[in-house]
Design a protein around this ligand. Structure first.
Ligand SMILES: [Zn+2]
Ligand SMILES: [Zn+2]
Length: 158
Protein backbone atom coordinates (compact mmCIF):
# COMPACT_ATOMS: atom_id res chain seq x y z
CA UNK A 1 0.00 0.00 0.00
CA UNK A 2 1.17 3.53 -0.67
CA UNK A 3 0.44 6.23 1.93
CA UNK A 4 -2.06 5.12 4.57
CA UNK A 5 -5.61 6.22 3.89
CA UNK A 6 -6.95 9.01 6.07
CA UNK A 7 -10.32 10.62 6.41
CA UNK A 8 -12.65 12.44 8.72
CA UNK A 9 -15.87 14.34 9.24
CA UNK A 10 -16.85 17.68 7.75
CA UNK A 11 -15.72 19.94 10.60
CA UNK A 12 -12.37 18.21 11.17
CA UNK A 13 -12.99 17.21 14.80
CA UNK A 14 -12.87 13.52 13.85
CA UNK A 15 -9.88 12.34 11.88
CA UNK A 16 -8.79 8.74 11.34
CA UNK A 17 -6.05 6.76 9.63
CA UNK A 18 -6.36 3.19 8.34
CA UNK A 19 -3.31 1.13 9.24
CA UNK A 20 -3.72 -1.31 6.37
CA UNK A 21 -5.76 -2.23 3.35
CA UNK A 22 -9.37 -3.13 4.20
CA UNK A 23 -10.55 -6.75 4.45
CA UNK A 24 -13.02 -6.09 1.66
CA UNK A 25 -14.95 -3.16 0.22
CA UNK A 26 -18.75 -3.40 0.09
CA UNK A 27 -21.13 -1.37 -1.99
CA UNK A 28 -24.46 -1.85 -0.24
CA UNK A 29 -27.71 -1.06 -2.02
CA UNK A 30 -30.02 -1.98 0.89
CA UNK A 31 -32.81 0.32 1.98
CA UNK A 32 -31.25 0.92 5.40
CA UNK A 33 -28.09 2.25 3.78
CA UNK A 34 -30.08 4.33 1.31
CA UNK A 35 -32.03 5.91 4.15
CA UNK A 36 -29.00 6.49 6.37
CA UNK A 37 -26.99 8.15 3.64
CA UNK A 38 -29.83 9.84 1.78
CA UNK A 39 -28.24 8.38 -1.32
CA UNK A 40 -28.51 5.36 -3.62
CA UNK A 41 -25.96 3.16 -1.82
CA UNK A 42 -23.14 3.26 0.69
CA UNK A 43 -19.54 2.22 0.20
CA UNK A 44 -17.98 0.62 3.27
CA UNK A 45 -14.41 -0.43 3.91
CA UNK A 46 -14.50 -3.37 6.31
CA UNK A 47 -11.44 -3.31 8.54
CA UNK A 48 -10.41 -4.53 11.99
CA UNK A 49 -11.32 -1.80 14.48
CA UNK A 50 -7.84 -1.91 16.00
CA UNK A 51 -6.46 -0.90 12.61
CA UNK A 52 -8.42 2.35 12.65
CA UNK A 53 -6.35 5.00 14.43
CA UNK A 54 -8.25 7.95 15.78
CA UNK A 55 -6.16 11.08 15.32
CA UNK A 56 -8.46 13.60 17.02
CA UNK A 57 -11.88 13.42 18.73
CA UNK A 58 -13.66 10.16 19.44
CA UNK A 59 -16.76 9.59 17.25
CA UNK A 60 -19.95 9.07 19.26
CA UNK A 61 -22.01 5.87 18.89
CA UNK A 62 -25.67 6.21 17.92
CA UNK A 63 -27.83 3.06 17.78
CA UNK A 64 -30.07 3.28 14.75
CA UNK A 65 -33.06 0.96 14.11
CA UNK A 66 -32.97 -1.15 10.97
CA UNK A 67 -35.88 -2.54 8.98
CA UNK A 68 -35.38 -6.07 10.34
CA UNK A 69 -35.82 -4.87 13.93
CA UNK A 70 -32.12 -5.00 14.76
CA UNK A 71 -30.00 -1.99 15.53
CA UNK A 72 -26.87 -0.77 13.89
CA UNK A 73 -24.33 1.35 15.70
CA UNK A 74 -23.29 4.39 13.71
CA UNK A 75 -20.35 6.49 14.86
CA UNK A 76 -20.75 10.21 14.33
CA UNK A 77 -18.65 13.29 14.89
CA UNK A 78 -19.76 14.84 18.20
CA UNK A 79 -19.72 18.30 16.61
CA UNK A 80 -20.92 18.15 12.99
CA UNK A 81 -22.57 14.69 13.36
CA UNK A 82 -21.31 13.33 10.08
CA UNK A 83 -21.28 9.51 10.17
CA UNK A 84 -17.80 8.08 9.71
CA UNK A 85 -18.08 4.39 10.73
CA UNK A 86 -20.68 1.83 11.57
CA UNK A 87 -20.69 -1.50 13.35
CA UNK A 88 -22.92 -4.52 12.73
CA UNK A 89 -23.14 -6.76 15.76
CA UNK A 90 -19.43 -7.30 16.42
CA UNK A 91 -17.16 -4.45 17.52
CA UNK A 92 -14.04 -6.13 16.09
CA UNK A 93 -14.80 -4.95 12.56
CA UNK A 94 -15.66 -1.40 11.60
CA UNK A 95 -17.39 -0.38 8.41
CA UNK A 96 -15.63 2.83 7.38
CA UNK A 97 -17.72 5.01 5.09
CA UNK A 98 -15.62 5.54 2.01
CA UNK A 99 -17.14 8.93 1.32
CA UNK A 100 -15.40 10.24 4.45
CA UNK A 101 -11.94 9.39 3.09
CA UNK A 102 -9.79 12.27 1.96
CA UNK A 103 -9.61 10.50 -1.40
CA UNK A 104 -12.77 8.43 -1.94
CA UNK A 105 -11.83 7.77 -5.56
CA UNK A 106 -9.01 5.60 -4.28
CA UNK A 107 -11.48 2.85 -3.31
CA UNK A 108 -13.40 0.50 -5.62
CA UNK A 109 -16.05 -1.92 -4.34
CA UNK A 110 -15.08 -5.62 -4.34
CA UNK A 111 -18.70 -6.71 -4.14
CA UNK A 112 -22.20 -5.25 -4.56
CA UNK A 113 -24.79 -6.45 -2.05
CA UNK A 114 -28.56 -6.18 -1.60
CA UNK A 115 -28.94 -5.41 -5.28
CA UNK A 116 -32.62 -6.39 -4.96
CA UNK A 117 -33.22 -2.79 -3.82
CA UNK A 118 -30.69 -1.15 -6.13
CA UNK A 119 -32.13 1.93 -7.77
CA UNK A 120 -32.73 1.19 -11.46
CA UNK A 121 -30.53 3.95 -12.88
CA UNK A 122 -27.38 2.60 -11.20
CA UNK A 123 -25.60 0.22 -13.58
CA UNK A 124 -23.25 -2.26 -11.98
CA UNK A 125 -19.85 -2.82 -13.58
CA UNK A 126 -19.26 -6.11 -15.40
CA UNK A 127 -17.04 -8.58 -13.62
CA UNK A 128 -17.69 -7.38 -10.06
CA UNK A 129 -19.58 -9.89 -7.91
CA UNK A 130 -23.13 -8.79 -7.09
CA UNK A 131 -25.70 -10.43 -4.85
CA UNK A 132 -29.44 -9.94 -4.37
CA UNK A 133 -28.85 -10.09 -0.62
CA UNK A 134 -25.72 -10.99 1.34
CA UNK A 135 -23.01 -13.49 0.38
CA UNK A 136 -20.64 -16.08 1.82
CA UNK A 137 -17.40 -14.33 2.69
CA UNK A 138 -15.59 -17.69 2.74
CA UNK A 139 -16.17 -18.00 -0.98
CA UNK A 140 -15.39 -14.44 -1.92
CA UNK A 141 -12.76 -12.96 0.33
CA UNK A 142 -9.06 -13.50 -0.29
CA UNK A 143 -7.53 -16.06 2.11
CA UNK A 144 -5.48 -13.33 3.76
CA UNK A 145 -8.63 -11.39 4.67
CA UNK A 146 -10.30 -14.49 6.10
CA UNK A 147 -7.19 -15.14 8.21
CA UNK A 148 -7.23 -11.56 9.45
CA UNK A 149 -10.92 -11.77 10.36
CA UNK A 150 -10.38 -15.06 12.22
CA UNK A 151 -7.50 -13.52 14.16
CA UNK A 152 -9.53 -10.44 15.08
CA UNK A 153 -12.50 -12.50 16.27
CA UNK A 154 -10.47 -15.05 18.23
CA UNK A 155 -8.51 -12.31 19.99
CA UNK A 156 -11.73 -11.28 21.72
CA UNK A 157 -13.41 -14.70 21.98
CA UNK A 158 -10.83 -16.15 24.34
ZN1 LIG B 1 -17.17 16.98 12.61
ZN1 LIG C 1 -26.85 -1.71 3.48
Amino acid sequence: MSAPREGGCSCGAVRYRLESEPLVVHCCHCLNCQRQTGSAFVINLLIESDRVDLLADEPQPVDVPRDDGSRQRIFRCPSCEVAVFSEYGRPEVLFVRAGTLDDPSDVTPDVHIYTRSKVPWVTLPDGVPAFEEYYDSKQLWPAASLDRLRAAMSATDT
